[in-house]
Design a protein around this ligand. Structure first.
Ligand code: OGA
Ligand code: NI
Length: 361
């Protein structure tokens, strides 16, 4: 087969990846999506399974009353947060039907015609609605992804104009789903606190009314997954992120460990949890907000539903006293979380660059 041309001026200015398949040459990747050679994913590199074990936490063992079970899962949480910044949770008590339902409404939303989705536009400089977040210049490369995001809690974050009326059960499903995920986040933060040998309510007491947002990411199949990224490398600005990988999706999420991109293989019915920048700062770097990205697949599309859980914008935060001493000098300054969030959403995704905001040199 002759090598496929990688760019074609005739494609013009299409920046909605789902619409590309309706163009005259759907096999051609528009220039704006083609990454510089240093950024392209090396998809042929196989990773040995033994270095590919993102820890799996059995949530039921944390609440069954058995002390040994509890201690061993808490220890696993500690190791996960120190060494991976990621873990998966199974037996999380969230109804599996609800997980299916949120995937169903999300897919129905993304499959609607563009005109329908454009009724909920993401305005420039904001992160709610349908569109491409974190794009600030014409020269910036675009991710092979469509996003739809909503602020959920506290209620003042909600923009009712951005809540879709189609599919008809979308809003209600998001509402129920986010209540369940919120409970899970609160519980996980308790266990994370215990794993640090802190009072279990330490985060809850600090956070005020926590901010919660959801983002649905849809990654269409891509004829040249070797040239594009589904989502640029970044760390999350949250305290904790809960990511649901769509059933039947391709493997797409990758995390950076020892300079190698490691794929996160979906575990059936598990939720992927990762530490965000806030916990990294609060723990003075002991728990890591690890850089991650998404890659695409030649034949399969992929959906992820991502919840960000973070402190109230009003709070001031910095490393907790308990985690700063002579051998662990303070790495981050104190700052207002609202300012950090603003800084995060007004800069392009670029690895762990956003956390420079708080770093003490
Ligand atoms: C995110 C994210 C990865 C994915 O939305 O912050 O990291 O697999 N998503 O969709
Ligand atoms: Ni992320």
């Amino acid at each position: 087969m002759a090598p496929m041309p990688i760019s074609d001026v005739k494609v013009g200015h299409i920046d909605d990846v789902q619409e590309l398949k309706n163009t005259k040459s759907p096999q051609i990747i528009p220039e704006r999506f083609i990454r510089d050679s240093t950024e392209r994913p090396k998809l042929d590199k196989t990773i040995h399974p033994s270095c590919n074990n993102i820890p799996v936490i059995d949530f039921s063992k944390l609440c069954n009353g058995n002390k040994d079970d509890f201690c061993s899962e808490i220890f696993k949480i500690k190791i996960s947060c120190e060494e991976w910044g990621f873990f998966q949770v199974i037996n999380h008590e969230i109804d599996l039907e609800l997980l299916e339902k949120i995937e169903k409404v999300a897919m129905e939303f993304f499959m609607m015609p563009l005109e329908e989705k454009k009724k909920y536009p993401m305005s420039p400089g904001t992160v709610q609605g349908y569109g491409q977040a974190f794009v600030f210049s014409e020269n910036q490369k675009l991710d092979w992804c469509n996003m739809f995001a909503l602020g959920l809690e506290p209620h003042y974050l909600r923009n009712p104009k951005l809540w879709p009326t189609k599919p008809s059960d979308f809003s209600e499903t998001v509402e129920v789903y986010s209540r369940e995920i919120r409970k899970l986040c609160k519980n996980l933060l308790k266990y994370i606190a215990v794993s640090l040998e802190c009072n279990e309510d330490v985060f809850e007491e600090m956070f005020g009314v926590a901010v919660q947002a959801v983002r649905m990411n849809y990654y269409p199949a891509c004829p040249r997954p070797d040239l594009v990224l589904g989502l640029s490398p970044h760390s999350d600005g949250s305290a904790l992120t809960v990511l649901q990988q769509g059933k039947g999706s391709s493997v797409g999420l990758q995390i950076l460990k020892h300079n190698t991109w490691i794929p996160v293989h979906p575990v059936p019915n598990a939720l992927v949890i990762n530490i965000g920048d806030t916990i990294e700062v609060l723990t003075n770097g002991r728990y890591k907000s690890v850089e991650h990205r998404a890659v695409t697949h030649r034949e399969k599309d992929r959906l992820s539903i991502v919840t960000f859980y973070a402190p109230s914008y009003e709070i001031e935060l910095g490393p907790m006293q308990e985690l700063v001493d002579d051998s662990n000098p303070c790495k981050y300054r104190r700052y207002n979380h609202g300012e950090y969030s603003k800084h995060y959403v007004t800069n392009k995704l670029q690895g762990k660059r956003t956390l420079e905001f708080a770093k003490i040199n």
